[in-house]
Design a protein around this ligand. Structure first.
Ligand code: PLP
Length: 241
């Protein structure tokens, strides 16, 4: 059951299945080798100083340990319950200077559990979520997620709302690291470039530091458009179960 999930948009209730679902055993040397390959892809696309966040959702705790050992710049998780289930390895990541980024859609009532483990919440997309983070976990840094203008409802705010949300977060006392985006689902790789370019332009206009964009399949496009942080899952750990 529930082992065929391939996208982040499925119900979060099946997390327990995901943690133990059919991914292959983690091979730490293989993860280290693939991280080197990812860094080579970044370099070939013209990137320098691009952070690599290892996205360990649906992979077992050993994937987190392998990513730390390989020297990933951070760990990314999508589901509150799965993050909580990986508490001990996640604590190890933080303890070894590998910050933990929450990158999934976040309900306000999950802020409490997520902020116990995460250093950064990248998926901030509405004022109510900002208020809840400021109230529960003002030490957690945030990024505002920008959705493609014509694909609402999958997480992320409309580009036009970004400046006001960044302002709201700053006024609430939160550190805003930058913006995050996921390429549009429609239009394939060609649609990614313009969305990435628009996100990067907003980062510059607002004087932010980070632009989190690019995944296993589109990292070159993202780096060429000015990504400073890519979020990489399958290229490091293989296909998700
Ligand atoms: C799953 C996920 C990733 C990683 O995707 P891959 O294609 O496996 O590299 C990156 N960002 C977000 C928001 C995700 O949900």
């Amino acid at each position: 059951m529930a082992t065929t999930r391939t996208t982040a948009s499925t119900s979060p209730n099946s997390c327990a299945d995901i943690v133990t679902s059919g991914s292959a055993p983690v091979d730490p040397a293989g993860v280290a080798e693939r991280l080197r390959e990812v860094r080579e892809r970044i370099a070939r696309a013209g990137g320098s100083r691009v952070a690599v966040i290892a996205v360990t959702k649906s992979f077992p705790p050993e994937a987190v340990l392998a990513a730390i050992a390989a020297g990933a710049d951070g760990i990314g998780e999508n589901y509150a319950q799965e993050l909580d289930a990986k508490a001990s390895v996640v604590a190890e990541a933080k303890g070894s200077g590998c910050p933990v980024h929450f990158i999934g859609q976040l309900q306000s009532n999950k802020v409490r559990v997520v902020s116990r483990h995460a250093d950064v919440i990248q998926s901030v997309d509405r004022p109510s979520l900002i208020a809840e983070i400021a109230r529960r976990a003002p030490e957690v840094a945030v990024m505002v997620q920008v959705s493609p203008a014509d694909e609402p409802g999958k997480g992320g705010c409309d580009p036009a709302e970004v400046p006001a949300l960044v302002d709201t977060a700053r006024q609430a006392g939160l550190q805003v690291l930058g913006l995050m985006c996921v390429a549009p689902t429609a239009g394939g790789i060609d649609a990614a470039g313009p969305h990435f370019a628009m996100t990067r332009a907003l980062v510059d206009r607002l004087g932010l530091e980070h632009c989190s964009m690019g995944m296993s399949g589109d990292l070159e496009v993202a780096v060429r458009e000015g990504s400073t942080m890519v979020r990489i899952g399958s290229a490091l750990f293989g296909a998700r179960g």
